[in-house]
Design a protein around this ligand. Structure first.
Ligand code: FES
Length: 74
């Protein structure tokens, strides 16, 4: 699904950028150009950013807890 029509940026492209290290709207703007033209995509892009950051932290917590279990089992 397109988030930014002006730049042709999809939701999956935003999520990928967040998983690659973008943590703020300014990072997404710098790397993809989101909100650079009309700016109507800002709210939706921010929602995708926040949701993806939450998912990313949950995955990292799961992985770190899994690593702890492995270490204690050894
Ligand atoms: S829709 Fe993103 S800048 Fe216009």
């Amino acid at each position: 699904m397109y988030v930014c029509i002006c730049k042709g940026i999809t939701e999956s492209a935003l999520r990928e950028a967040v998983y690659q290290g973008a943590g703020r709207m300014r990072d997404l703007k710098a790397s993809l150009g989101v909100t650079e033209q009309c700016g109507l995509c800002a709210c939706h892009a921010k929602e995708v950013l926040d949701q993806t950051l939450l998912q990313k932290s949950q995955v990292q917590n799961f992985v770190s807890h899994s690593a702890c279990a492995c270490e204690t089992a050894i």
